[in-house]
Write a protein that binds this ligand. Structure first.
Ligand code: SF4
Ligand code: SF4
Length: 370
């Protein structure tokens, strides 16, 4: 079976490459035993993201709990991040946010992989596709399958593509030869990502506080913690800083997203005023649509507050009366942060007509900043 398994594995590798999945490795369906205590500790220390809170750690680390028939896990990586027009890229969104939603693209490709294997193996072949869709720990499986080594920012680095790649898995009922994890200290003495992270989310090498990570904050629902808003800079969805500064990601880029330009403020105002219809038309098929207009406008309000451009205040005053309390609250923060006499005046006026107690509290806070 080993010989046949190897032959099959190479056929899969070739096929995957031909459909745009050049990163490939295999691991077993055995539990990720070492990871269980790590995830327990992260949960106890409240370092996990809000998205993880309902996921059972045992299930996440033991693929056979959900798929008793599983024998191997095929891990794939799909590179992204190259832009033809780098200078004109909107740097308020992470690189992955403006390409077609990878969940859709990757799933389509993995369906083709599944169908291809079925054709080779026969009707008894069984498989399940995961693309950020089932709470197995994808990155840990990909590491075990040899797709990359861990950077101090907790991301996986592929020797050829750096950290710019998406993950997806096909869990299968056939045994294939496992790959070995890459035994490499790629970071050595470098600490660029730790130094560059604006929120201190990378607490120390290889330890991430997801609740402080801008990437996670910009996707999470609800009110953004006050102490993190200023540190978010202009990020509307995701954050690429710790990847942009990394020497393993090709040409190193300075973090120019933290500098305010008139153009940025203009784009943020446009986003804040976007209608539901325009939003769907402009961002359909991207992960921004998954986040939804309310979250994107909330984030745009915070970013506008961080531009320092007081002249923008009259252009967002009407948003203090928006139907979405999340937008009213974060616009109030932005106005307070931009500050000045006009800011105080319009905040006081909005306070008089505000009925929502949480938004009222936000306006009070905003007034204290003017
Ligand atoms: S994505 Fe941004 S906030 Fe998150 S760890 Fe990296 S630099 Fe820090
Ligand atoms: S920036 Fe430096 S420390 Fe961070 S992941 Fe890259 S090489 Fe490692």
């Amino acid at each position: 079976m080993k010989g046949l398994g190897n032959y099959l594995k190479e056929k899969i590798r070739d096929f995957a490459r031909s459909i745009g999945l050049p990163i490939f490795g295999v691991t077993s369906s055995d539990p990720l035993e070492c990871l269980e205590p790590v995830l327990e500790k992260r949960r106890a220390l409240k370092l996990d993201s809000p998205f993880e809170k309902n996921w059972q750690i045992e299930k996440r680390c033991r693929p056979r709990k959900s798929f008793p028939w599983a024998r191997s896990i095929l891990c794939f990586g799909m590179p992204y991040g190259e832009y033809e027009d780098e200078d004109n890229r909107e740097k308020i969104f992470a690189r992955y946010a403006l390409v077609k939603d990878y969940h859709i693209v990757m799933r389509e490709k993995l369906k083709k992989v599944g169908a291809y294997i079925k054709k080779l193996v026969g009707e008894n072949f069984r498989y399940h596709i995961c693309v950020d869709s089932f709470p197995i720990v994808e990155r840990a499986l990909a590491y075990r399958a040899g797709l990359g080594w861990y950077g101090k920012n907790c991301l996986l680095y592929n020797p050829q593509y750096g950290s710019w790649f998406f993950l997806g898995e096909v869990i299968v009922n056939i045994p294939l030869e496992e790959d070995e994890p890459l035994d490499r200290d790629g970071c050595k003495k470098c600490e660029e990502c730790i130094k560059a992270c604006p929120t201190g989310a990378i607490r120390q090498a290889y330890s991430l506080d997801a609740r402080k990570c801008i990437s996670c904050i910009t996707q999470s629902p609800g009110y953004i913690p006050l102490e993190l808003r200023e540190k978010m800079g202009y990020w509307i969805y995701g954050c690429d800083i710790c990847q942009e500064v990394c020497p393993h990601n090709g040409k190193r880029r300075s973090n120019d997203s933290l500098y305010s330009t008139d153009d940025t403020a203009y784009k943020l105002i446009e986003l804040l005023n976007i209608t539901e219809e325009q939003f769907r038309e402009k961002y359909s098929g991207t992960v921004l649509c998954w986040a939804g207009r309310s979250i994107i406008r909330r984030n745009a309000a915070v970013a506008l507050g961080n531009t320092g451009k007081q002249e923008c205040i009259p252009r967002v005053e009407h948003l203090l009366y928006d139907e979405d309390p999340l937008v009213r609250a974060h616009t109030a923060w932005a106005v307070g942060k931009l500050g000045g006499v006009i800011a105080a005046e319009i905040l006081r006026k909005a306070y008089g007509s505000e009925k929502d107690s949480a938004v009222k509290k936000e306006i009070e806070n905003a007034l204290s900043m003017t």
